[in-house]
Design a protein around this ligand. Sequence first.
Ligand code: PLP
Length: 236
Amino acid sequence: MTMIETNLQTVRARMAAACRAAGRETSEVTLLAVSKTFGPQAVAAAWAAGQTAFGENYIQEAVQKITQLRHLSPPSGPPLQWHCIGPVQSNKTRLVAQHFDWVHTVDRLKTAQRLSEQRPPDLAPLQVCLQVNVDGGATKSGLRPQEALALAQQVATLPRLRLRGVMSIPEPAPDFLAACALFAEVKALFDAMNAAGLALDTLSIGMSADLEAAIQAGSTLVRVGTAIFGGRSRPA
Ligand SMILES: *Cc1c(COP(=O)(O)O)cnc(C)c1O
């Protein structure tokens, strides 16, 4: 077994235990393997171990990897699904629209409009989450919670996008309960947006260090890098 395969088993076991503890079905939470800074061989090893959804932060690096891994698709196995989880500058929207299946980091209407206009007509709509900043971390991107509903209603009308949910990266919390409390704020916003008539199914919260708290709070997708691929030598 490769190290990546062993790590994937460990992460899946952690997710299953967290689901059990929260009284949720294992099938309710998707694992996104965050492969930023790791090469195509690492992605291929994870794919061989049954992982199909991958998250990338740096657009140029991702596009190179996506292109190099085109052969990992039917009939050799299940298709790869690529999620953009890094900031999307205006000059990068076209690459994102052309190469990714999902983007989790939309926080401005302008970006959403460009992504919709630039999504190639032969591809499925781009699946979108709005990034929300619940704890006011000053250096972080993301909408303020009170801005989220209005942007969501606008994004939902864009023809080449499909609004799926909310993503957040709270500051690391000192302990499990504090992490749960922060994630619960994101979940409350997600529920309020659905109560206002949006049909969101994706709550993208939780990473290597805090996926248990995120699943406790209602995460439907955890974004896990280090626990699968090991420590990164470049900053993220
Ligand atoms: C790097 C990154 C992750 C993964 O973080 P780990 O702590 O390595 O699991 C998840 N989400 C985003 C947005 C990231 O940038």
